[in-house]
Design a protein around this ligand. Structure first.
Ligand code: 4AD
Length: 502
């Protein structure tokens, strides 16, 4: 019987006859030999079809088979280090399952709007496939870290009646004529579960009506939130740094080749281990207003300008090549892709060059008491090569549930974790206010109604204990690890303010 296998298993079948089922990723002919790159969902494999080694009619069918046609293909497995995946198939037979015609996503470059509208097909591309694999590992690592460390999974509701984060980012839904909303965080429910189980976590989709079109915001994203009873702020930071280091290590162990394909900074990821940097909010304000930050931003501006000049000269060189006579079609396509990418880079650099002085001014004039903005976080994270914790933000800038620091009531015992090299915040967390009286005051100070929070206040009436937790955004974590500019690439079907295509 024919041995049907998958590309990922070819290493166990060297010199054997196998069949693979998949889709045509690329198909090139050099007269008597066809080079079909097959993808089967587990990887890519180059299949060599030599005229005379397969029946003639099969050779003819394969020769005209276009991108994304499905087929089953049989041949002998050979080791070939130069081939994607390290193997080749010397084809002896094939059966076409379904020929695809005019697949809309060609191997030429397409604009992002086109690709988002075709996400149902774009998931098959190498980049999206690699991102999906890394995301899978990140999610598996998240679950394993908590399951192996004594946490109990609690599924918190998606329909909720109380707000955990900014009231302005609630999605309202009509719940049998009662206006309620979609969850922004499972945290408040999780706090009650922590009083039942000690260490708990929830993991699911989270909704925020963010009127923000930045590269870091989705309206639907996945967040994992642990919550721990009898812990303090240093203990929370330690948990968070061990957790993030574990996730990064798992992706390096399981997805090195995907990370390489995506162009991730593997050397930088290999350095991710505890301890991470620790700054207070006040330290961060000192950094933002210092000459060091000013010099850093000036050097960065010079780098952007240099990079822009390099892109310009590369474009001129490619345009020159494009005009040469007798250029092969594949070379023309390659140049066209490179030109689109270079022009997109120039657009991005222009935005950075325009924003740099504005961000420098915002940083230089930063006043203690304001929340750190995206550009402030970017500057601090740019200045570090490992993740940074920023702790003890001003109470006025933060959510009502964060615990007031008993030694300085202007600040709360909270933290954000910023991923390095400009990526920015991936975790937000805090100790929770565990005093009934202080919590009531905080709820009132933020113009919220204590009655709505009565069950949450009960937790402070019956055996209140110090407790805290945090939330990590999956898409931002995947984007940081893989080096993606925009988090929309890191979820299969992204939801953004102005984009809900399919
Ligand atoms: O800092 P946030 O708002 O914290 C909370 O929701 C807390 N209740 C968590 C807790 O303590 N249990 O959000 C946590 C993380 C952010 O650091 C970010 O990674 C992600 O959730 N996040 C978003 N990701 C994508 N799009 C958005 N609009 C996001 N908003 C937050």
């Amino acid at each position: 019987m024919m041995n049907t296998t998958t590309i990922t298993n070819l290493n166990n079948n060297i010199d054997q006859q196998v069949s693979l089922c998949g889709w045509v990723y690329k198909n090139r002919s050099s007269g008597k030999v066809l080079f079909i790159v097959l993808r089967d969902g587990t990887g890519l494999c180059q299949c060599i079809v030599e005229k005379g080694k397969v029946p003639d009619e099969i050779f003819e069918q394969l020769k005209h088979l276009s991108q994304e046609s499905s087929l089953s293909i049989t041949g002998t497995v050979r080791k070939e280090p130069r081939s994607p995946g390290g193997h080749e198939l010397a084809v002896t037979d094939a059966q076409i399952i379904h020929p695809a015609t005019d697949y809309p996503i060609t191997l030429k470059a397409h604009g992002i709007d086109f690709l988002l509208k075709h996400r149902h097909l774009h998931l098959r591309s190498q980049m999206q496939w690699c991102l999906g694999r890394v995301r899978h590992t990140v999610i598996d690592a998240i679950r394993r870290f908590f399951n192996d460390n004594g946490f109990t999974l609690i599924d918190t509701p998606i329909f909720t009646t109380i707000a955990g984060e900014e009231v302005g980012s609630l999605f309202e839904v009509d719940y049998f004529d009662e206006p309620i909303h979609l969850t922004q965080t499972g945290q408040l429910y999780l706090e009650s579960a922590a009083m039942a189980y000690g260490k708990v976590y929830c993991f699911g989709p989270t909704f925020r009506a963010e009127k923000s079109k930045t590269r870091r915001h989705l309206t639907e994203f996945w967040m994992v939130e642990p919550e721990i009873a009898f812990i303090d702020l240093p203990g929370l930071l330690e948990t968070a740094e061990n957790f993030v280091s574990f996730i990064v290590k798992e992706t390096l162990d399981k997805n090195r080749s995907e990370l390489e394909t995506l162009g991730a900074d593997i050397e930088a990821l290999e350095k991710i281990s505890p301890p991470f940097y620790r700054l207070t909010y006040s330290d961060s304000v000192d950094i933002l207003t210092s000459d060091k930050a000013k010099d850093f931003l000036a050097a960065q501006l010079a780098d952007f300008q240099q990079e822009r000049a390099n892109c310009e000269s590369k474009i001129a060189e490619l345009e020159n090549q494009q005009n040469q006579q007798g250029l092969k079609q594949w070379k023309k396509d390659k140049i066209a892709v490179e030109l689109i990418e270079l022009r997109a880079s120039i657009g991005e650099l222009d935005t950075k060059i325009e924003n740099n002085p504005k961000h420098a001014e915002l940083a230089a004039n930063f006043q203690w008491g304001k929340d750190l903005g995206g550009s402030d976080e970017t500057i601090i994270s740019m200045m570090h090569d490992k993740p940074v914790f920023i702790t003890h933000y001003p109470a006025k800038a933060k959510a009502f549930y964060m615990k007031t620091d008993r030694s300085n009531d202007r600040v709360v015992e909270n933290f954000d974790m910023l991923a390095p090299k400009g990526f920015g915040e991936i975790i937000g967390g805090s100790m929770r206010e565990d005093s009934y009286d202080i919590l009531i005051d905080k709820i009132k100070a933020q113009n919220l109604t204590p009655d709505t929070y009565s069950w949450y206040l009960d937790l402070r009436k019956y055996g209140s204990v110090p407790h805290g937790g945090f939330g990590l955004g999956v898409e931002r974590t995947v984007a940081w690890i893989t080096g993606q500019k925009h988090i929309r690439q890191c979820i299969a079907f992204p939801r953004m303010m102005d984009k809900v295509y399919i």
